[in-house]
Design a protein around this ligand. Structure first.
Ligand SMILES: Nc1ncnc2c1ncn2[C@@H]1O[C@H](COP(=O)(O)OP(=O)(O)O)[C@@H](O)[C@H]1O
Ligand SMILES: [Mg+2]
Length: 278
């Protein structure tokens, strides 16, 4: 399957009394990695929630090729090859890693419940093919040893990788990663960045990534869109964005005006279980 362009046009999302996104537009060229950055509350997760059909847009459109995503329910969007991870993990803790990954393949399973229930040969073949794919993705993401274990028993950094693997099991054409390294330690972060970089090189997909860490964004992103209070400040290459005066003021804070590489104004690396999903 080819990878179409993602185009976000005039996207506005209002909740009672809050405009979470205000007329935001950007496009993601096929097979590129587009980062969305901005302080806590800027509207980044809201944007992902609209892209994956969890929230309804108040105004505006999101097209992925010919499909208008704002008119589709989440399962239809998933069936177009749009997969996501959540800022706070959304895995089934009591299921094994393997079972969580199989759930990720759900849209690709052709066997109906009846066929599967009767244990017909076609269903068994299908099951084997699914299991093979799950193992392949697990190997790719480096979680093979964790396949038989309940996800709830795994360290946080590994669970974040399981979530990435689950999204990849959908064989996505568009992968939405909401703060994939949040809460990770240095080693886990480096490994995750390396994995995302490899996914991006090897697989036929576009990636939209929400992240705080400018250094990380600079290493991975082709283009960056900066949000602040629901508005788009600018879009450009990481270098362009880092130099942009509005970005320096709004996102990086006053102290960063002398040193644009300084840490962001807010860092909302979430504590575990500080549930904000979706
Ligand atoms: N379901 C919701 N109901 C009401 N307000 C929401 C909801 N989701 C997000 N918001 C608000 O929208 C704004 C943007 O939030 P969010 O998209 O989570 O920001 P970010 O991910 O950039 O930190 C915040 O003010 C937040 O409180
Ligand atoms: Mg968020």
């Amino acid at each position: 399957m080819s990878v179409p362009e993602l185009a976000v046009r005039g996207l506005t999302v209002r909740f009672a009394g809050i405009t979470a996104l205000d007329d935001v537009s950007f496009t993601v060229a096929p097979k590129t990695l587009h980062a969305v950055i901005g302080p806590n509350g800027a509207g980044k997760s809201t944007c992902f929630n609209v892209l994956s059909g969890v929230y309804r847009a108040t105004e505006g459109s999101v097209t992925f090729g010919d499909a208008e995503l704002t008119k589709l329910p989440p399962h239809k969007i998933a069936s177009l090859g749009v997969a996501r991870t959540f800022q706070n993990l959304a895995l089934s803790d009591y299921l094994t890693t393997a079972a969580n990954l199989q759930l990720g393949r759900h849209r690709l399973t052709r066997t109906g419940f009846v066929t599967a229930g009767l244990h017909l040969p076609s269903a068994r073949r299908e099951e084997r093919a699914q299991a093979d794919k799950v193992r392949e993705v697990a190997e790719y993401v480096g979680i093979t040893e964790h396949l038989p274990l309940p996800v709830g028993l795994l360290p946080y950094g590994v669970r974040k990788r399981v979530e990435l693997a689950r999204a990849l099991c959908l064989e996505p054409r568009l992968l939405l990663l909401d703060e994939p390294v949040a809460g990770m330690n240095g080693g886990e972060r480096r490994a995750m960045v390396e994995t995302i970089g490899r996914v991006r090189e090897v697989m036929d997909l576009s990636i939209v990534l929400v992240e705080h860490d400018m250094a990380l964004v600079g290493r991975l992103a082709d283009e960056v869109t900066v949000l602040d209070f629901g508005r788009r400040l600018t879009t450009g290459t990481p270098a362009e964005v880092r130099r942009h005066p509005d970005v320096i003021r709004a996102y990086l804070g006053k102290s960063a005006e002398e040193d644009p590489a300084a840490a962001p104004r807010t860092n909302d690396t979430p504590a575990q279980g500080q549930g904000e999903n979706p």
